[in-house]
Ligand binder design. Structure first.
Ligand SMILES: CSC[C@@H](O)[C@@H](O)C(=O)COP(=O)(O)O
Ligand SMILES: [Zn+2]
Length: 204
């Protein structure tokens, strides 16, 4: 299946931006866009996200299976599928490994509370800086299906989960209705995490 040029271009541009900000070292990170009810455009596994070309983006179905036989999507494809399945309004998903999200997630318990930051207004339902967002932190797991099951259990127990979470010592997942919104949320989140880190704040 060929990927719509606009979707591939949005993924390539997002990878360059994340790389410029130092959030996707080596071949870290993965990026996707929802194409339709049973189609997702996602980065191929093992590509450097700052040097993507349109051909580094491929299609999978809603269960994460490659449409093109033999093609190898991101190792973490099931996490993207889990987000699109759970949140019908999600149109783009970003995953990065920044220093701030890695260090803070290693120190944190099961959540990091972000409160009092002006940039919280970038998150849905956060019209003022007085809102607090509890960003979930899950233990890392190389069994991605098991990690997604832990996320599903968490989301089942959380009335309105924020559009992002951390994986301990690994990275962040953030989503939005489209790529621009997902990137704005990622930038806001990384900014607040960096503030948190600089201040040496307690986690909750
Ligand atoms: C460079 S190691 C990082 C990977 O293990 C993984 O966490 C990651 O983010 C990228 O995996 P990928 O399969 O390229 O999408
Ligand atoms: Zn990763």
């Amino acid at each position: 299946m060929s990927i719509p040029a606009e979707a591939a271009a949005a993924i390539v541009a997002a990878g360059r931006r994340m790389d410029a900000l130092g959030w996707v070292p080596a071949t870290a990170g993965n990026i996707s866009v929802r194409l339709g009810p049973d189609r997702i455009a996602i980065t191929r596994s093992g590509r450097h996200k700052g040097m993507l070309e349109a051909g580094d983006v491929m299609a999978v179905d809603a269960a994460g299976a490659a449409i093109e036989p033999g093609a190898r999507p991101s190792y973490e494809t099931l996490l993207h599928c889990g987000i699109y399945r759970r949140f019908p309004g999600a149109g783009a998903v970003l995953h990065g490994h920044s220093v701030a999200n890695t260090v803070l997630s290693r120190r944190a318990g099961d959540a990091i509370r972000l409160a009092g930051y002006e940039l919280l207004k970038v998150f849905p339902g956060g019209p003022t800086h007085e809102t607090a967002v509890d960003l979930p932190v899950l233990d890392n797991d190389q069994d991605i299906a098991r990690l997604q099951a832990a996320l599903d259990a968490l989301w089942d127990a959380t009335p309105e989960p924020p559009p992002g979470y951390l994986i301990r010592g690994h990275g962040v997942y953030v989503w939005g209705p489209g790529m621009d919104a997902a990137m704005a949320r990622l930038e806001a989140l990384e900014f607040m995490l960096l503030c948190h880190l600089e201040e040496g704040r307690p986690m909750r």
